[in-house]
Design a protein around this ligand. Sequence first.
Ligand code: NDP
Length: 343
Amino acid sequence: MASQTVFVTGATGFIAKHIVLQLLNAGYRVRGSVRSPGRASEVRDAILPHLTDRQGLDDRLQFAALDLTEDAGWQEALEGSDALMHTASPFPMVQPDDEEKVIRPAVDGALRALRAAQAAGIGRVVKTSSVVAMVGTDLPAGRAAYTEADWTDTERAGTTAYAKSKTLAERAAWDFVNTEAPEIDLTTINPALVLGAPLDENYGTSIELVERMLRAKDPMIPRVGFGVVDVRDVARAHVRALQRDESRGKRIIASDRFMWMHEMAEIIKAAHPDRKVVTRRAPNSIVRFLGLFDKAIASIVPELGQRREIANDRARELLDFDFIPAGDSVRAAADWLIRNREL
Ligand code: NDP
């Protein structure tokens, strides 16, 4: 409905900026949360060139300062909104020594957002979860791909702090609406690795993977891979979920297809043959050895050689989706970085 106001937490985020843009272009009013009020203009500037209508923007796009770890301001900020999109959550490149630093803001922040929504009488919530809340478990025998029925086992060895944070936050959200807030209709969007063109240079952890390849930082590419999805599709999934009753009460995977990292590197190399992009594959034994000394490398060791297929049928059916091909998303991220970051 064109006159609805949607509250978007973490508006400074890579994905959230695309969500804010698509909501405004679809005729919604948006209130975005930022940690510091000074960054409201960053969000505004990032989306401005892509708006179909710039008239009355200061009225249609407003901001509130909120922190996932603090109670202050949440209820007042959400008052008057019709729906909540909760995207804010820490997404660190390197896992912290103390995993609670990632888990607490994710879990407590999700509950703060939901409690404030309930107090404000908001009945519709779309939360950004992740496929990492699904794929950290063995596939049931006979099934070739992970689906929305799967949940990551947070006790499993090798589960990163980030994966725990996303799993526990999503579980807390479902538990809360099931037990304390049945009047709230929740949908989670569970994206795979999100690539595509960012709207500004604060593009977060997933695009850093492509940046790393363009900087030829690593002498070889480890045999790891991910489901890949375009940021425009992730934003579209949030907006469509809001618009379609069939998505209420559902987890929805957003992923085009699985891609090995060396395939990403080959796509970038083919698009930019003049650049030095490493495509040589690292033997698993070398990566395991380096993981003994480097925490970032250690965190990918459990993923070596794992081809985790993820089913996207639900998004195709419920949200009427054709995903942007993963290769296009890799190219779009690389093209943007080359044009805007002087790499
Ligand atoms: P970003 O790092 O770009 O965005 C994260 C957002 O969360 C930022 O707005 C950040 O604010 C905010 N945030 C973090 N900690 C706090 C806090 N304590 N209080 C308030 N806000 C906070 O990441 P993405 O856009 O990539 O991720 C957005 C969401 O999508 C996250 O929930 C992430 O887990 C999920 N996701 C991302 C994927 C990806 O590949 N990018 C894949 C699957 C899920 P600030 O700018 O101030 O740091």
